[in-house]
Design a protein. Structure first.
Length: 372
């Protein structure tokens, strides 16, 4: 019987990986399981999602800062607490958790979750890349299962690390649930929301991966033709000043807004004409799934990995090549002002069910029960 479960991850910051762990942990504890969520750092912004954690969950802050410093405290925890299953998320956390489990000689089932595309996300070269590759192959083979969040991530993982073990599988993230549907209904005030404007929305951390610079430049082309268009980018990150400078350089200060992080970006969907994902790489972009399920029009780069699976090869939205400013601008123009994709409502409903909490939690429950 599966009774005691640990989730291990670096922080409870505002990323999609963290939110997915919280969703899984909340659902398992609501089923009567005992769940601990173990993190390395909860200072400042790294505790942003703390209010979303079910109060029944035991939250353990190792207070060790960097992930690699968690090996010894995690080892001690695994020696002390008889967990049935330990679930780690993100590559560095996965390696640390696997090492700590070996040192503790723990008999817990180990599940590692791979949430992004390593060939794009990992920036290591030379000796560092070689060492990390060896660490992955040494530690991941000890896992009972390595769960990738998309088929694209799984294939990229195998190729990038030359990984030959047969313990890989795909389970999508539990992106859709009843609470999400409630969040869609929340009211939002913004100066762009009027009958005169066609508003484009993007959501994500202001980082290289999301490539909002491309989106701003592509939007500039669209705005030159259609002055009533507006752009909102929700999120925070290290490239805020760079994007603000680009907005000023293109004379878009009054028509592009960077309001910052919003814990409920979904409420914006009902006010906008289009959602755009401009990323260079992803794992499984939850916000694209949520935008799709809200029935707002969507345009996405065909980046590795996730968008092509989410949009079913372009059946449910428009896909454009990465780093192609004109293609992105043209797709936004087409989606707002011309013919958008047409699809069968029942096929759309069945497609979205793959990403529903009930479907995903059942898959994880079946996986965990089979490994105990």
């Amino acid at each position: 019987m599966l009774n005691k479960i640990m989730f291990f991850l670096p922080t409870l910051g505002g990323g999609g990986a963290e939110r997915t762990v919280i969703q899984l942990a909340n659902n398992l504890i609501q089923q009567g399981r005992a769940v601990d969520v173990v993190v390395c750092d909860l200072t400042g912004e790294k505790a942003k999602l703390l209010p979303e954690v079910d109060t029944q969950i035991q939250l353990i802050d190792l207070n060790c800062g960097r992930v690699f410093r968690a090996i010894q405290p995690l080892r001690q925890l695994l020696k002390t607490v008889p967990y049935d299953t330990v679930i780690a998320t993100q590559s560095h956390s996965n390696i640390v958790c696997a090492i700590a489990k070996r040192l503790a000689k723990s008999q817990s089932t180990l599940i590692l979750r791979e949430v992004s595309t390593p060939s794009k996300n990992m920036k290591l070269t030379g000796l560092k890349k070689f060492v990390f590759n060896r660490l992955v192959n040494w530690t991941y083979c000890s896992a009972n299962q390595v769960v990738c969040v998309s088929n694209g991530v799984l294939e990229d993982f195998k190729q990038y690390y030359n990984y030959a073990e047969d313990n890989l599988s795909t389970i999508y993230n539990p992106v859709l649930d009843s609470s999400y549907l409630q969040k869609l209904k929340a009211p939002v005030q913004h100066r762009f929301f009027s009958q005169d404007h066609q508003v484009v929305l993007a959501v994500g951390r202001l980082t290289e991966a999301k490539n909002f610079g491309l989106l701003i430049r592509a939007f500039h082309e669209l705005h030159q033709i259609h002055p009533k268009t507006r752009l909102i980018i929700l999120g925070e990150g290290e490239l805020r000043s760079e994007f603000k400078a680009l907005i000023a350089e293109l004379n878009l200060t009054g028509v592009v807004d960077l309001p910052g992080f919003d814990p409920n970006p979904y409420a914006y969907f009902k006010y906008v004409s289009l959602f755009v994902l401009s990323s260079n790489w992803e794992g499984l972009p939850g916000v694209l799934i949520q935008a799709l399920a809200s029935k707002v029009k969507v345009v996405s780069t065909d980046c590795p990995s996730g968008p092509r699976e989410i949009l079913a090869d372009g059946k449910f939205g428009l896909l454009v090549p990465c780093e192609d400013q004109k293609a992105l601008s043209d797709a936004m123009h087409q989606a707002i002002y011309h013919d958008y994709v047409e699809f069968d409502a029942e096929a759309f409903k069945q497609h979205c069910l793959q990403f529903h909490k009930d479907t995903v939690v059942r898959q994880y429950r079946d996986l965990l029960e089979s490994k105990v």
